[in-house]
Ligand binder design. Structure first.
Ligand code: MG
Length: 382
């Protein structure tokens, strides 16, 4: 039986991963699990799946978990995540962590030759070059779990690299598609957390509402598929039925269509190159009726172009933007800044930065930390 480790097992990616694992029956055995604040859920999951290893975020939680899970080895914090990601017996690591905290464990897993199933896009945005180098050196591999890059991975199978012309990422447009600037100024965290088509964690849901998430996907796709940032385009597609498209030199396009459910990409990553029946209703195109596509509103959702700007600058610019955005989103969710401030803060932090080469973990973490500090200072002055 193959051995899987699930990092961030209590979040929305964790929930879907376990739904997939249940459906697959005895294909995978769970070797390790990590969780953050939802300790009860972590313990319940560990009781069901009986992993040999568990990792908690906070050292203060270790004792309680050890008491509830006799016989399980309990690790702590980032160091524990790195250890889980590189366990010698592990065949696949599912990274469902949120934000930059996933960077070190991803590097550790790739350096140890692991297959990293990545739902956590910030590490790729921050340090795509370092991750690819670690994968080459250690024999590891990145499999995209998020629906858009997973769709592109499937569209590009068997195609020659030289025949690819463009990648087209679809975006639902989030809950505020079509709103004016004046309307956007007053939106609340509750409204931003109500995504029209995808159910996800808080950080990525707010990033979807600002289009920062789509911008991060542009940077991610450019690393994962080895194309320039300007070869990746974004179209708004409110139905979220087409999960992304690849256009080739002859003008032909291949698209990936399916239900708006993370079961589909996660299961494919877990079973590829095989396909297995999934616990999902079939997509009925006659029920869908129509598929609409339009250009993104770049003026009212400037975070998208901030990502293009950071991607073109390269070096430490994306890591800085990623760090700043994490603090900006937390500030918005805490009611400290408004919705439009997220983009304004990110813009000011990015424009003041002179990027350095992102050629070491230290350089990337320094830029991420600088982005966070500048964002916190911006919020404090507000
Ligand atoms: Mg996505």
């Amino acid at each position: 039986m193959k051995q899987v480790v699930v990092l961030g097992c209590t979040g929305s990616i964790g929930d879907t991963t376990f739904k997939v694992l249940e459906g697959l029956g005895g294909v995978y055995q769970v070797l390790g699990l990590s969780g953050g604040r939802q300790l009860d859920k972590l313990v319940a999951r560990a009781r069901t799946w009986q992993p040999a290893w568990v990792c908690v975020a906070d050292p203060g939680d270790r004792e309680a978990v050890v008491g509830q899970l006799p016989g399980t080895k309990v690790l702590i914090g980032e160091e524990g995540l790195c250890q889980l990601a590189s366990l010698p017996e592990a065949d696949l690591i599912v990274n469902g962590l949120a934000g930059g905290v996933g960077l070190r464990p991803t590097l550790a897993g790739l350096a140890a030759g692991k297959v990293m199933g990545m739902a956590n896009k910030e590490p790729i945005v921050m340090a795509g070059g370092l991750l690819l180098a670690a994968a080459r050196a250690g024999g590891g591999q990145i499999l995209p779990l998020d629906s858009e890059p997973n769709a592109l991975w499937q569209c590009l199978k068997g195609e020659e690299k030289g025949s690819l012309a463009r990648l087209i990422l679809t975006a639902s447009g989030g809950p505020f598609r079509g709103r004016t600037r004046a309307q956007l100024a007053g939106v609340t965290p509750e409204q931003a957390l109500r995504h029209p088509t995808w159910k996800m964690g808080a950080k990525i849901t707010v990033d979807s509402a600002t289009l920062m998430n789509k911008g991060f996907e542009v940077i991610e796709a450019s690393w994962l598929f080895g194309v320039g940032i300007d070869q990746v385009e974004v179209v708004i597609h409110p139905e979220s039925v087409v999960h992304s498209l690849a256009e080739f030199t002859d003008g032909a396009m291949l698209a990936h269509l399916g239900r708006t459910d993370m079961v589909l990409p996660i299961q494919y990553a877990l079973t590829h190159p095989q396909r297995r029946p999934a616990p999902l209703e079939r997509l009925d195109l006659t029920q869908v009726g129509q598929l609409r596509f339009s250009a993104p509103d770049r003026e009212n959702f400037p975070c998208l172009d901030l990502c293009y700007q950071a991607g073109r600058l390269g070096g430490t610019a994306p890591a800085l933007l990623s760090g700043a955005d994490e603090v900006a989103v937390a500030g918005f969710l805490a009611g400290e800044i408004g919705f439009l401030d997220i983009a304004e803060l990110n813009r000011q932090v990015l424009e003041a930065h002179i990027p350095a080469p992102a050629d070491s973990l230290e350089a990337v973490l320094e830029a991420d930390g600088l982005g966070r500090r500048l964002a916190a200072a911006w919020i404090a002055k507000k």
